[in-house]
Design a protein around this ligand. Structure first.
Ligand SMILES: [Zn+2]
Length: 141
């Protein structure tokens, strides 16, 4: 769970505590590790970002989703930023699940605290997200 006191105790200032519920999230159902990693991510990436609407534990996420468990976050940046720099910073912050999304206009990013590494990308086509692995075996190039 997270609350204002924990945000202060762990010096989390990458997002404002008061902005969490504005995304639709229930702060008490979010795991603190998500924000300690996000804080480390902010220190590495050095660019301001925001949590997208329903990017925490609210909105349409399956019960198997790490969002549902309070262990995932979706973010976007105010200015355009190289997706590869974001990917590298997310690893430095010890996120193990990383998704890179392109909606045709702007990137957004999914980070989560899953136990095993998982990386993917997705782009939007005719209103549907098309997913693929972030990496392709050179044998198949
Ligand atoms: Zn997500």
């Amino acid at each position: 769970m997270v609350n204002k006191e924990l945000f202060e105790l762990y010096n989390i200032d990458c997002v404002k505590y008061s902005d969490i519920s504005k995304t639709g999230a229930i702060p008490e159902k979010i795991n603190l590790c998500l924000f300690t990693k996000l804080q480390k991510f902010q220190e590495v990436i050095k660019n301001p970002f925001y949590i997208v609407k329903n990017g925490l534990n609210s909105g349409v996420h399956s019960s198997k989703s790490y969002h549902f468990k309070g262990l995932a976050v979706d973010i976007a940046f105010f200015k355009d930023i190289d997706w590869y720099d974001v990917y590298k910073a997310s690893l430095e912050a010890c996120f193990k699940g990383v998704g890179i999304y392109w909606n045709g206009k702007k990137h957004s990013f999914h980070f989560d605290c899953r136990p095993e590494y998982g990386f993917w990308k997705a782009f939007k086509k005719d209103g549907i997200w098309i997913y693929s692995s972030l990496f392709k075996d050179v044998k198949k190039e």
